[in-house]
Design a protein around this ligand. Structure first.
Ligand code: TXA
Ligand code: MG
Length: 310
């Protein structure tokens, strides 16, 4: 449903009844439900086929609503002022008197929180008296959804409602920063780590492949279109779809452009849609040309690397 006021009202009705709905964010679409209600949160895990030990991100409208559930600290305040709302998720200490469902956190005492920038999502959160747990709206290990129709493709009639907010502006998930103790990065994403470091005034360690698996979502296979994918390919095989970020003189039918001029923002924005399209065209494998490992390129390569473990 297009996201006008009357549809936001309908979305609210479904959420109040403890249903899960699809919602647009600036990063990827989310599968949202009331974070305070056990029965609503359990539905998210079932629909996504998500292991129970993989905690969810909770989305808040503002810092006042967050303070009811989490303890904040100076590093948080600095980053919040600079980057929220936007593509950054903070791991904070959960308050003992928080109302967050124990299924969101898998009974742990930390919580992942985010302040989404998409106007429709913000508007919806403002009208609710609870925050929304919302993982990416895809079946576990699969490619995330960046358009309303992708959410439909993932869940079909199993969900009652999807708010259509157009194509996601960023196209890959938020950057996750753990702010309990010394800050560290748990997932690369839409916000460049160098910007986070600059704002904090010190270097943060990157723990995206930590053996301790602080973030269960660091699992090896993730973001997979469901067919093999190779990275850094210069000579694709004839029957492979070839994913490119620089314009070629020749235009072959198996060429798929994320960008034509090496633009990494555009590349991130088009990535998941492109992988979906290729899979739906019936290709049996994907070759991707080398993507520069800097800025957003690092997050893009992280996704491709996990997708290549198929
Ligand atoms: O951009 C995004 O962050 C999107 C949109 C919908 O907001 N959400 C998203 O959620 O990517 P999800 O569930 O697909 O990924 C959340 C990641 C998972 O890898 C999970 O393990 C990690 O966050 N996570 C959640 N709670 C955590 C916690 N308390 N400590 C460490 N990692 C946590
Ligand atoms: Mg996800």
């Amino acid at each position: 449903m297009k996201s006008n006021q009357s549809n936001i009202k309908k979305a609210k009705k479904y959420l109040n009844k403890n249903y899960c709905i699809g919602i647009p964010t600036e990063t990827v679409y989310g599968l949202a439900a009331n974070a305070y209600k056990n029965s609503a949160v359990k539905k998210i895990f079932n629909l996504k086929k998500r292991p129970k030990n993989n905690p969810l991100i909770v989305h808040y409208h503002d810092i006042d609503s967050l303070k009811k559930d989490c303890l904040i600290n100076d590093n948080f305040t600095k980053l919040y002022k600079k980057f929220s709302p936007g593509p950054i998720t903070y791991i904070l200490q959960l308050r003992k008197d928080s109302k967050i469902s124990k299924y969101v956190t898998n009974n742990k005492n930390s919580l992942a929180v985010r302040f989404p920038k998409h106007t429709i999502f913000k508007n919806l959160l403002k009208q609710l008296d609870y925050p929304l747990a919302a993982p990416s709206a895809n079946i576990t290990t699969k490619v995330s959804a960046v358009k309303a129709k992708d959410v439909k493709e993932e869940f079909g009639n199993k969900i009652k409602y999807i708010l259509d907010g157009g194509a996601c502006a960023i196209g890959i998930e938020s950057t996750i920063v753990n702010l309990i103790g010394r800050p560290s990065i748990l997932r690369l994403g839409g916000l460049d780590v160098s910007k986070i470091q600059k704002s904090l005034g010190f270097k943060v360690s990157i723990k995206i492949n930590s053996k301790k698996k602080i973030t269960p979502g660091q699992s090896r296979l993730h973001y997979s279109p469901g067919i093999p994918l190779e990275m850094n390919v210069t000579n694709p095989k004839k029957n492979q779809a070839y994913v490119l970020i620089k314009k070629r003189k020749l235009q072959l039918s198996n060429y798929y452009y994320l960008s034509k001029n090496n633009n990494l923002r555009e590349t991130a924005k088009n990535l998941y849609s492109c992988l979906r399209t290729i899979k739906n065209k019936g290709y049996k494998s994907i070759a991707v040309e080398k993507i520069p490992d800097k800025g957003l390129g690092k997050a893009i390569n992280d996704r491709l690397n996990r997708a290549s473990k198929f």
